[in-house]
Design a protein around this ligand. Structure first.
Ligand SMILES: [Zn+2]
Length: 445
């Protein structure tokens, strides 16, 4: 009898624990798959993350993605990952906050909250959500509103990602809640107008840049998730940074090591164009092999490039990964120096360095790079032009270009050497798009 009771107790406890585990599993989904909240184009953004806004007197805490004809069309808004509704009410349009529990050891912490503004109100075609409701990436949480009262400017989705679990109450630093659209600061009923107030910077660091910042939160999580599925494979496959080739192409270096087998490597770019390369069985023995897969031609599309690796016989996918590559961005010359040697009235190029920066992942190509030195009063040419070749390819990151091509080139000029100066001049599609004043060093020979 006693034994039976004990047995029943154990069973009851077991059932209770199991049901707690099951209920918990349903209530706290792990955000292990990510997506963009809208179908279709995410860029160009109407307003990027971190931009100062004069109307709101604050930095923008999300990204604005336009859907101008939202009054006539339904644009579904999806949660960026599975999560729990923590807020759903009318703020500026229907406004929703979803808390996401990130997978263990995620470098971005245990929790994040995604924020969606300017959706249709329930009762006006929107979706009514309840607090605590579990949402998933395959069903919409609302629709972009086409009513002016819901967005003020033009129909768009405002999408932000704040670090940490959901936080209720007022942020004492700003006087507003923790999920505003801007870092607006209101103290004693007065909005501060100083963009340099360090509080703005502080608040910005509570948020992630949602997308496309080499890469943004969403893209880096899409990549992470794909990577975590690779562990099971016997193959080790790695992509490096895209490299520039020729006057307008980019290739992706892919290295493979693993059991000897005939492999096919396929890369599909965002336009759906595919390139295929093979690795024969024999070259994989005790080795790793690198193949360069064609990514496309300029202008490059930003977006997911899908890398698939298959065994040839039997034809079987052993690896698939989507990697997000951003378009060339914020191309700059960060430094330029030219050294001229003077022999009486003639000048010889002895050294030339140009430094570039590209914040995107894909390369950028300049046409007709040249160095120009004005020589007013020169009988033949008002300016001396040194051509650095037909093009310069600027890969991702920092890049130093030194041209051996023009070393030794020369010109003679009777005017004062003191008035000489040099400018780098770069073209795109036949137009000058960038100039840079070079540091000119003169040596006497
Ligand atoms: Zn916004």
């Amino acid at each position: 009898m006693f034994k039976k009771e004990k047995y029943l107790l154990v069973i009851t406890l077991l059932v209770t624990f199991l049901s707690i585990i099951i209920v918990n599993a349903q209530e706290v989904p792990i955000a292990n798959s990510f997506r963009f909240p809208l179908e279709g184009d995410w860029s160009p953004l109407w307003q990027d993350f971190g931009k100062w806004n004069n109307q709101w007197n604050g930095y923008h805490l999300g990204e604005d993605v336009g859907r101008e004809d939202a009054d006539t069309k339904n644009y579904a808004v999806y949660p960026m990952a599975d999560g729990i509704v923590k807020f759903a009410d009318i703020v500026l349009g229907y406004t929703v906050i979803i808390e996401h529990k990130l997978p263990a050891s995620d470098p971005d912490g245990d929790y994040v909250c995604s924020v969606y503004y300017h959706m249709k109100r329930p009762g006006e075609g929107g979706i009514k959500l309840t607090l605590g409701e579990v949402v998933s990436t395959d069903s919409p949480i609302g629709y972009v509103s086409g009513k002016r009262k819901d967005y003020k400017s033009l129909p768009h989705l405002h999408f932000g990602i704040r670090k940490g679990p959901y936080k209720s109450g007022k942020d004492p630093r700003t006087g507003f809640w923790y999920y505003p659209g801007y870092t607006t600061i209101k103290i004693n009923n007065e909005v501060q107008k100083n963009p340099d107030d360090p509080t703005h910077e502080q608040i910005l660091t509570d948020w992630f840049n949602p997308t496309a910042d080499r890469p943004g939160f969403i893209e880096s999580h899409i990549i992470q998730i794909e990577q975590s599925t690779i562990g099971a494979s016997l193959y080790h496959i790695e992509c490096s940074k895209p490299i520039a080739y020729g006057e307008k192409m980019a290739y992706l270096p892919v290295s493979v090591s693993g059991p000897a087998d005939d492999l096919a490597l396929m890369l599909t770019n965002p336009e759906g164009k595919m390139n295929i390369k093979f690795i024969p069985k024999t070259s994989l023995i005790d080795n790793f092999e690198t193949r360069y897969l064609w990514m496309g031609e300029e202008p490059f599309s930003e977006g997911p490039y899908t890398l698939t690796v298959k065994t040839v016989t039997p034809e079987k996918v052993i690896y698939k990964r989507e990697v997000w590559f951003t378009a060339p961005k914020n191309i700059q010359i960060t430094g330029g120096e030219i050294t001229l040697a003077r022999k009486s009235n003639c000048y010889y190029v002895r050294d030339l360095v140009l430094k570039f920066k590209n914040d995107g992942d894909l390369p950028f190509f300049f046409e007709r790079p040249q160095i120009v030195l004005p020589t007013p009063g020169h009988p033949l040419a008002e300016e001396q032009i040194f051509s650095l070749g037909r093009f310069i390819a600027v890969p991702s990151g920092e890049f130093k270009f030194d041209s051996r091509r023009i070393l030794g080139d020369w010109f003679c000029y009777a005017g004062s050497s003191k008035i000489l100066n040099a400018t780098a001049r770069l073209y795109k599609n036949g137009k000058i798009i960038l100039t840079f004043p070079m540091k000119l060093t003169m040596i006497e020979e």
